[in-house]
Design a protein around this ligand. Sequence first.
Ligand code: BGC
Length: 883
Amino acid sequence: MSVQISRVQVEQYPLALGIDESSPRLSWRFSGNSPNWTQKSYDVKLHRSSGTEEFHIDSSQNVLVPWPSKPLAPRESVKVEVKSNGDAGSTEWSTVNVERGLDGGYEWDLISGEAPSHGEDKSQRPFRLRKTFQIDSTTKGRLYITAAGVYEVYLNGKKVSTDLLAPGWTDYNYHLNVQTYDISQYLVQGENCITAWIGDGWYCGRLGFHGGRRSLYGDRMGLMAHLEVEGKRVLSTDQSWQWAYGSIISSELYDGEEYDSSLEEPDWQLASYTAESNWKKVEVVEKPKGEIIISQAPPVKEITTLPAKEIITTPSGKTIIDFGQNFAGVLRFKSNPPSSGTLTIRHAEVLEKGELGVRPLRDCKATDIIHLSKTSMKEWQPKFTFHGFRYAEITGWDGLSLNDIEGVVMQSAMERTGTFECSHPLINQLHSNVVWSTIGNTISVPTDCPQRDERLGWTGDIQVITPTLNFLFDAAGFLNGWMKDTYADQKENKGIVPVVIPNMFQGPKFNPADVDQIHQAHAIWGDVAVLTPEAIYQAFDDEGALRVQLEGAKLWLDKGVRRDSETRLWARDQFQLADWLAPKADPTVPGIGPTDNYLVADAYLIYTTRVCARICAKLNDPDAKRYDQEADKLTELYYHEYVTPSGRVTSDTQTALALLLHFDIFPSKDGSRLKKAMGKRLGELVTRDLWQVSTGFAGTPIILQTLADNDLLHHAYRMLQARDCPSWLSPVLLGATTIWERWDSMLADGTINPGDMTSFNHYALGSVAYFLHAYIGGIRLLEPGWKKVLIKPQPGGTVTSAKVSHISPYGTIKCEWVIEGDRLKVNISVPPNCSARVELPGLEEEVGSGEKTYEVDWVKDERFPPKPVQPGFCATLPDNWVP
Ligand code: BGC
């Protein structure tokens, strides 16, 4: 198959409509398997209203190339065509449309309904907005729209987009995303009607633990919209609109939605409707403080549906639907519920003693209440909430059957780019659990969990999962969008990155102790300012994003990190979350584990400083040298403080050793001897710990990679295949369908961990999937954007075959291997304009694009399974793993 372009993209936008940039960068991906195909030049045609412009550019670059012509004017639409040329022929032309937004020229007011009168104890009732307008033409209709709160918008009764919870969550004090919709198909000549529903969402709704607080960004929710036809404004939100309450009684993210179907008004969304007396004039209120921006992050959408799997009658006689999969989203009715009474739907992730297990939700009702009437409710789903659940307890629907209800899975609609499969069914289930936790925790912002009274943008969680997330999804736009708030909130907090972004723990509304904690400087969490931009750059070759975040990265290291005035290591009176949730820590004090918190924080500091030096060097920033020197100096001090001359580390733990080995923190002299000693000790420690996980947030993401990189692959597989808790497979063996916050979130006896902090959907510990893709599957990037790939499958344990794929900015990379007797058979695929280094037993070669098959001798690793060192004179140690 010849080489073709499979997709042209503008910046990182999923749809380049209403974009911010006047000179957007362009990228294209390839399909096809021509051998050794490289791009020599490319052609671009820009079809503008002034005529077609053609460009021929001699360049091998196909990722984020510069805009070739004069900038786009506000509102200008251009059809872009791209053709790539190689020695072995050219691709066909491929197309993308791009249209610039208004460049800030929105004319609109924030319009709202009634001023809240009940203080902050209750949520604000969602309301409707309505306005009719006349137009002569329906060509090129554009709606620029956003809200203080969340909204759904309709034209002539039709929902304008499939976006959910728009405009999404940003720190509204700094940024507010505007959406642009092509509404041409919904407009009619003559009289039209635009309507909207507004809910309190993240703007006014309750957020935060310990009871949370409401109205964190403002207490007047409302809509801002600007509608144009053929580039001329025909309508804006202003005093002439009307508002009324409707069928939604309340709706909040944590607590759920209450809906009264008898309050539905037919036809209220049509121009022909004559407004009842309950419609009142809107009030123009103060707009959110944040700058209006156009986000490259994909909007939240329904990404798939789940059928109900089973109806369970609980010991107490309740009816529960089991979806067979823990996820984040809502329920949808596929048929009509009874026509009278009230339905109550409670959501939870697990059952305990056969009943809904809601205790882990803490202060979060996660309950939808529906008052029924004769009004049809087919296709009904709540508008402005979501729940994290596998089970839904439904009261009030006699004769409920599996076909009556389905689950709607929500996520910021990133493109899925990575797959993994191997011969071990439980490892496949583990991988599936990681994918589902990643889906459930990328709803508008990267969150810790999607179910309890948090769902917050904990920075440490996303920092450790980013490399894995980038294997699974095209997360460039999503992460770049969130990083804008990271920098804004960090600047506000004097350089310290707050541990949650958006940082809503502001002001007098919260318990001062919580506010103080959130604003403290923590390694690993705050290091997101350096490590996440670097991870985005590596995965997507987005140098621009790196440039945007450079100030934040330096600010963190220069001002944010609280240092000891003498050593410049972390200050000793600064508490660190460090190796958070290490299994041997007291479950009620997850921030104090067996590895010294400062040893962890300082290792991260050295690594982050080194990465910052690399970023500076890449961007020709003169501070590169300063950071490199600082990292050398800190390394010296680190060894003085924590490492004996023979290479024993003061915390003799897996996390401590993994950090030093993985971050390559060694003094210039003696590095290889120390490295060897630490590798050897790590092997001893995992053996001593019976290959059970003993690491927390700092060590878990890297432990298996570190073992593999230090000639301890047999230990890595033994750990991965360990059976008993804490291990990756122990939750899988208990039926987990997502990654849990604690290895024992569910105890072996089927009761929920009694701790106050227990979630069944936390992605952080799922960072093990990096090992699955990169080491078992065998693909890793060697150059930013996957321009060069390392193909090095590392079979081991009892895994006898694996298959991995990743859609990189160049196209799809694949590696598939199987062991047959004493032969290892490998099929690979490298996209056009890329190269790879292939490393297999007894073979190393550099290859260009195309497909290739290898067959090499395979010698089983006789070190597997390593055996426990049995202590004499006492009980025999268990040796449990899943073959
Ligand atoms: C969150 C974590 C987070 C941690 C840090 C928890 O409540 O769920 O994932 O990183 O707090 O303190």
